[in-house]
Design a protein around this ligand. Structure first.
Ligand code: BGC
Length: 886
């Protein structure tokens, strides 16, 4: 069994003694939330199915769900228990129950965002952060296609990605690397392209974690302590943290996973404002909402708040066969505390997402087990006594996906500095390579379960967001394959070396790791708490020693996020620095292609690198530590994270968001701007909701919940049935209206027309009207190297508007193909109504503050601090050669 399993087993054993007591003890999660942060009630859950783009799937789902019994409906809304998947059933990280009688199978839900986790013969793709650093929409989509094919090939119905929360608010945050970068638009575009690629292969994508999971420490509710509360104001929520979710929904994502933590005091898994209000009404989400693993803390409240699927089925003290739902949800419907109508909607949403991705046609069953690598294994791994049988079929789904993986790894490599054009290297120069990060983990690339160690080249962080490497193309092997003059010092301590010759080049490999807080690595509990933002393994000292000895030093950095580079970045001999991010299995050739100049580097930073962590506000620079009661993580910096904050304060980072050099140079010219859709202050009235499926409202007979006669129960497997006595008793109470359940304040069962800001997938359809396009010519102005340019468009709001806005904010980007020296390309970028709006908290709508011909400035350039061309929306003119606004 995997280490992840062992860690959870251990946790559950520790909690076991507390289980029966604490299970019954409600956690008071509303302590201490600072004034001004609200989790307003929002009821009822809007029925799914009101959008035309999903109506066909809903019509089919209605047919199927109306044939299900009560126990079948509650069976498909929850997992059958952690590690309870089997070969005959499902061996995935999450396995729902089925309604086989009517033709609805169990669903296999599988990690991770970068590859099919816990199995073999798959591609270990570059991580999200690497993917974001490519700034290449087509390539991000191609990675999504390949991921989708691999999940489908393994028989996984649901891909548990992409990750857009955390967004990277805190540089120390443990899971930032699973997502695409510290900007909502970069995250959003990458998430949407990934979702499109994955779902076109018939696999349901899951955008996660909604929302505010910006640090690992104290993220989870347990019987002793609530998860922290991310306190986020409404405007910041809309303009920063929700933005990628809205775009993911606009792209048609089939499922959403809630976060472990609370938002404004209410746990995300039962947050009626977030799920009912924002997701399902304002953003028009038509798929299903699942809890993060073991984060489900109440039965009725979460159902009313809009949760549709309980994962993996257990209570937050797992492995005892207890659940908040399944048999309890059956009981709650029978006794009337959860309206049948809500259960019908949950089931219909799940079945509709299955139809929407075409899974009713030829979806293969899973052919792997997450629980063992062996051919045979326990059929019910968490049961006390389990039969053995074949659980792995070793299906190879890699095809030629290494190509897209390598392309991503290569095109993400970000050249931060290249003094004297040290790079690219000539293969005739002797190379002295330093640092254990240059070579694959000597114990094997998968030696550390869940990658919970930092040994050898860092290809991914640790936790659930990983996949096993089928092989590892490491840098040292790839470098040796290019040139014979290589000496490798496989140590992080600088060794005694011969006196360098003038030709010698030192390449120093350093790294920085992070992950999920289920594991502690070298003192870091997920977040980079002990190493802060310094290179691990005394990497800074290694660079400094190399720089003292050699006059030509290249630093290669494999990292989960920003590092403080100040200890050595200005040393004269540190001439070149490459951030290779987290390359996955293709760490070698992707790097040598850049080092030796087969291609120019074309990655750009998906975050800023500051000179000191104190350059960022305290609320962002630090993790939120222990507090009695609920830890309060208040987003007092509002919109001002990363470059938005640095620009506001006039703090120059070492390298700004979007920075990335090439071996060649580009010139931007001929910029022009066109107005496309004239804008009004707020979007035109939303479309009214279409019809949604209707079902009988009569509470079903208790017999629909009975365990079938002679049923062979497996202990700890979570069923949706009740013993007849139990069901009858619940049903007696449930004679409509007799049950006195303490419904939350604001509770209602009347469906509403929905907010003005809603109306389509992601919000009011007009939010995606293109307001302006800007077109420009990009020339490769160099003479020697081909290269790919990235054009970035940042918006500056009009002066004098009654909203405080960051100086510039990324709104679109495009990457050219490789341009030969002298070759030019034309790129067009666009800004939608939403891009030029602000979220007005009072109006509860997206407002265009520039209506009436006020001047927006669209800045174009190669980085957030290299914007030398401006296009004006009032005069529809553009100017070049300007001073960058930041
Ligand atoms: C993580 C999720 C993951 C799930 C299943 C949780 O701990 O937060 O991202 O999908 O486990 O492994």
């Amino acid at each position: 069994m995997a280490c992840r399993a062992s860690a959870l087993l251990l946790l559950s054993l520790v909690l076991a003694a507390l289980g029966p007591v604490c299970h019954a003890t409600p956690v008071n999660s509303r302590d201490n939330v600072p004034a001004g942060y609200y989790a307003a009630p929002y009821y009822p859950t809007p029925h799914g199915g009101w959008l035309a783009s999903w109506s066909e799937s809903y019509a089919k789902a209605q047919q199927l769900v109306s044939r299900m019994t009560l126990a079948e409906k509650t069976n498909i809304t929850g997992g059958c228990g952690i590690y309870m998947g089997s070969a005959t059933e499902l061996p995935c990280v999450g396995n729902t129950g089925s309604a086989n009688r009517v033709g609805f199978p169990q669903l296999c839900l599988q990690d991770s965002a970068l590859g099919v986790a816990a199995t073999d013969n798959v591609t270990a793709f570059p991580a999200g952060i690497t993917t974001g650093a490519t700034w290449d929409k087509n390539l991000i989509y191609a990675r999504g296609v390949a991921l989708g094919r691999e999940f489908r090939g393994k028989g996984a119905n649901v891909y548990l990605g992409p990750t857009v929360g955390p967004l990277g608010r805190k540089p120390l945050g443990g899971r930032n690397w699973e997502g695409f970068g510290s900007d909502p638009v970069l995250q959003a575009v990458a998430a949407a392209m990934t979702i499109k690629g994955v779902q076109e292969q018939g696999v349901i994508a899951t955008i996660k974690h909604l929302v505010g999971n910006e640090q690992e420490m104290y993220r989870m509710y347990n019987p002793l302590k609530p998860g922290y509360s991310a306190n986020i104001d409404d405007r910041t929520l809309h303009e920063i943290y929700l933005w990628p979710f809205a775009e993911g929904i606009h792209a048609g994502v089939g499922s959403v996973m809630t976060a472990y933590n609370a938002v404004n005091g209410s746990a995300c898994s039962q947050h009626s404002y977030l799920i009912n209000g924002i997701l399902k009404d304002e953003l028009g989400f038509q798929g299903f909402v699942m809890s993060d693993w073991l984060s489900h803390i109440s039965g009725v409240d979460s159902a009313l708040a809009g949760l549709d699927m309980d994962m993996p089925g257990d209570t937050n003290v797992p492995l005892f066969g207890y659940s908040e739902w399944k048999y309890e949800l059956t009981r709650s419907v029978l006794n009337g505390s959860v309206p049948l109508d809500r259960l019908n909607d949950m089931a219909t949403r799940i079945v509709a997402a299955w139809y929407q991705t075409g899974q009713d046609k030829d979806f293969p069953p899973p052919n792997f087990s997450s629980n063992t690598k062996d051919r045979d294994g326990l059929l019910y791994p968490a049961a006390l006594f389990s039969p053995n049988g074949q659980v792995n079929w070793f299906v190879n789904v890699q095809a030629d996906h290494y190509k897209v993986a390598r392309q991503v790894a290569q095109d993400a490599i970000t050249l931060l500095k290249n003094n004297g054009s040290l790079l690219p290297l000539s293969t005739s120069r002797p190379l002295k390579i330093f640092g254990t990060d240059a070579q694959v983990n000597s114990d094997g690339p998968n030696a550390c379960l869940n990658r919970a160690c930092d040994k050898g080249t860092l290809g991914m962080g640790w936790g659930s967001g990983i996949a096993d490497y089928p092989y590892f193309d490491d840098p040292i092997t790839a470098i040796r394959g290019r040139t014979s003059g290589v000496t490798f010092y496989n140590s992080d301590v600088f060794p005694a070396v011969p006196t360098p010759t003038a030709d010698d080049v030192a390449i120093v490999f350093i790294n920085s790791d992070a992950g999920e807080n289920s594991f502690t690595v070298e003192g870091n509990h997920g977040d980079r708490d002990s190493a802060k933002l310094a290179a691990w393994h005394r990497g800074d000292a290694l660079v400094k020693s190399a720089a003292a000895k050699y006059s030509d030093v290249v630093v290669v950095v494999h990292t989960v996020g920003p590092l403080i580079l100040e200890p050595w970045i200005d040393l004269p001999s540190v001439k070149a620095v490459l951030f290779a991010h987290l390359p996955g299995q293709e760490a070698g050739e992707s790097l040598t292609n850049v080092l030796f100049g087969d291609v120019s580097p074309s990655g750009h930073l998906p975050y800023s690198i500051t000179k000191a962590s104190t350059d960022l506000p305290n609320s962002v620079a630090n993790l939120k530590g222990y507090a009695v009661g609920q830890v309060q993580d208040t987003y007092s910096e509002g919109l001002y994270i990363d470059y938005r904050y640095l620009n506001k304060m006039g703090i120059k980072p070492r390298f700004a968001f979007g920075h990335g050099l090439s071996y060649t140079t580009f010139s931007f010219s001929n910029a022009s701007i066109a107005s496309v859709t004239p804008l009004t202050l707020v979007p035109p009235p939303r479309s009214p909701k279409g019809p949604t499926p209707s079902f009988s409202s009569a509470i079903p007979p208790a017999a629909e919940a009975y365990y079938p006669a002679g049923f062979n129960r497996i202990w700890r497997y979570i069923y949706s049935y009740l013993p007849p006595d139990d069901a009858n008793a619940a049903s007696g109470v449930g004679a409509a209206g007799t049950k006195q359940y303490a419904y939350p304040s604001g509770y209602s069962t009347t469906q509403t027309a929905g907010p003005a800001a809603g109306g389509d997938l992601g919000g009011n359809a007009a939010l995606w009207d293109v307001a302006w396009t800007v077109t420009l010519t990009i020339d490769n102005a160099g003479t020697q190297f081909p290269g790919r340019a990235v054009a970035q468009a940042y918006l500056q709001y009009p002066a004098g508007i009654p909203y405080d806005t960051p100086v510039v904010q990324l709104r679109d980007f495009a990457k050219t193909d490789a341009l030969a020296p002298g070759e030019a390309a034309t790129v067009t970028l666009q800004l939608t109504r939403k891009d030029v709006s602000v979220w007005d908290v009072e109006a509860q709508n997206w407002v265009v503050p520039g209506v009436g011909g006020k001047r927006y400035t669209i800045w174009l350039g190669e980085a957030s601090d290299a914007l030398f061309t401006a296009c004006y929306t009032d005069t529809l003119t553009c100017e070049s050669g300007l001073k960058s606004p930041v």
